[in-house]
Design a protein around this ligand. Structure first.
Ligand code: PLP
Length: 500
């Protein structure tokens, strides 16, 4: 494809994308395909000779769209939202075209500097304390791929700080050569590191049993013991703070080292909020790293009226949220801040000669803030979105989605076969049919088999619940009404009676 052909192809694709997004209401949300459907449509081997663009373009509908779940359909209500907006698509296009790998400042100065500035903008927009901004310091922010990665990074950062307290660092250096090991016949190379291993084995992470599975996974990957603390039913399924405190004290008495507590603001199951203030006090008392996972709900903090959920944020060591969920910046764009740069750099710095540059002591290199070396120019899409919408536009988006969730809640209350499982705090409604789990499973299955809307379940305290999330930027009242009518229709088929 030469540049003229590219101009033509990309214009055609741009038209297609706009038509696709504007026409989503006309498509079934869930595709009608079985696993393996694509095998018959895409040959087993790539073509010998290159094909013209029109062949590729013509295959989008029959191959890709045939098997696509339309996450941006206004009637997609599953999981949590994933963002999609035109300015973000433009930012991603430019990032793809620049195709730089901004691991150091020298490798692509604008890539590093725009990211620093965007992370400061966002920290300000959601009301994080000033020290999380580069402008004030000593903290700062970085774009990671996902919230899962950020939680792992927080655990690795916390682990490094504990090692430091014992005069060690992350490096388990090979301090004896192989010959010596063989001579003493003891396999002695491990002896010098026993303090390291002993400490690593004593470290403990804590989160509520409603925290996202990525917390458990991060503990697994970092070989960290994790305690999943029960939640209080009467306090909207937030972590039982007294149980946390008791667990920490008991662990210390056993010689374990409480290392990190992960607070969730907006859990995946029911969008519940842990008590950041009280948990923060405990972390400060015992000098434990406090990581805040606000993957979904963090975007709502652009609206001051929701910031009360952040009460206690001054205790946080690190904070993460996903603009790629609810702030109109397309995936991938996870935001992660730490209150002091050194807390993260201590854990990640390695310095091969080929990455050194003459400016490295004058500005940060983001390679020290993440697991991979390579990184895309992701702040472009933040820049485009934040400027196109303005703070005001972002606030409108959040408020509108929460209002739509409340509208669904009101509709639900008109039919007393249903009950709300929990109050509606953000853009998520958790509900169920009054009755057994089996009945609710049957209802969900019936709804999703219809493919016109898409919902996902959760199980909390052994109760099967149905989640209705406002996801698409284009969802309107008529879509909520449409979905509600459809849910009632499926309920009619299952329980065959509707109140007058
Ligand atoms: N944390 C919470 C509270 C979530 O709801 C989710 C995803 O829904 C995650 C973490 C994982 O997000 P990511 O896909 O960015 O890793």
């Amino acid at each position: 494809m030469n540049s003229d052909e590219f101009r033509e192809a990309s214009k055609q694709l741009t038209d297609y994308i706009a038509d696709y997004i504007e026409g989503l209401r006309q498509r079934s949300v869930v595709p009608d395909v079985e696993p393996g459907y694509l095998n018959d449509l895409v040959p087993e081997l790539p073509p010998e000779q290159g094909e013209p663009w029109c062949n590729l373009f013509n295959d989008i509908e029959p191959v890709i769209m045939k098997g696509m779940t339309h996450w941006h359909s206004p009637r997609f209500h599953a999981y949590f939202p994933t963002a999609n907006s035109y300015p973000a698509i433009c930012g991603d296009m430019l990032s793809t075209a620049l195709a730089c790998i901004g691991f150091t400042w020298n490798a692509a100065p604008s890539c590093t500097e725009l990211e620093m500035r965007m992370m400061d903008w966002l920290a300000w927009m959601i009301g994080l304390p000033e020290y999380f901004q580069f402008k004030y310091g000593p903290g700062g922010g970085v774009i990671q791929t996902t919230a899962s990665e950020s939680t792992l990074i927080a655990i690795l950062g916390a682990r490094t700080q504990i090692l430091k307290q014992y005069g060690l660092d992350n490096r388990i250096a090979d301090d004896q050569d192989d010959d010596e090991d063989q001579e003493d016949g003891q396999g002695g190379q491990y002896d010098g590191h026993s303090k390291h291993y002993e400490l690593l084995g004593r470290m403990v992470a804590y989160a509520s049993n409603q925290s996202h599975s990525s917390v458990e996974k991060a503990a697994m990957l970092s070989a960290t013991r994790i305690r999943l603390i029960p939640v209080d039913r009467e306090k909207n399924y937030s972590m039982n703070v007294d149980r946390l405190r008791k667990r920490i004290i008991a662990d210390k008495q056993r010689g374990l080292i409480p290392m990190i507590v992960i607070v969730t603001l907006g859990t995946t199951n029911t969008c519940s909020f842990d008590n950041l203030f009280r948990i923060g006090e405990i972390c400060s008392e015992f000098r434990i790293w406090l990581h805040v996972d606000a993957a979904y709900a963090g975007s709502a903090f652009v609206c001051p009226e929701f910031r009360h959920y952040m009460h206690g944020i001054e205790h946080a060591t690190s904070f993460t949220m996903n603009p790629h969920k609810w702030l109109l910046v397309n995936f991938d764009c996870n935001a992660f801040w730490v209150k002091d740069k050194s807390l993260i750099e201590d854990a990640f710095i390695v310095n091969p000669v080929y990455l050194k540059h003459e400016n490295q002591n004058r500005i940060l290199d983001y390679r020290h803030w993440q697991i991979p070396l390579g990184r895309r120019f992701r702040s472009l899409k933040m820049w485009f979105v934040f400027r196109s919408y303005g703070l005001n536009g972002l606030q409108k988006h959040i408020r509108k989605q929460i209002e739509l969730a409340k509208l669904f809640g009101q509709l639900l209350k008109t039919d007393d076969r249903f009950e709300l499982f929990d109050e509606i705090r953000m853009g998520l409604v958790c509900f169920r049919l009054k009755g057994s789990n089996e009945l609710n499973e049957k209802l969900l299955q019936s709804i999703n088999h219809g493919k016109e809307i898409f919902l996902t379940p959760a199980k909390v305290n052994e109760q099967f619940i149905i989640r209705f999330a406002i996801c698409s930027r284009t969802t309107e009242e008529m879509d909520v009404q449409f979905s509600w009518n459809l849910i009632q229709k499926h309920a009619d088929q299952i329980i065959l009676q509707r109140p007058k």
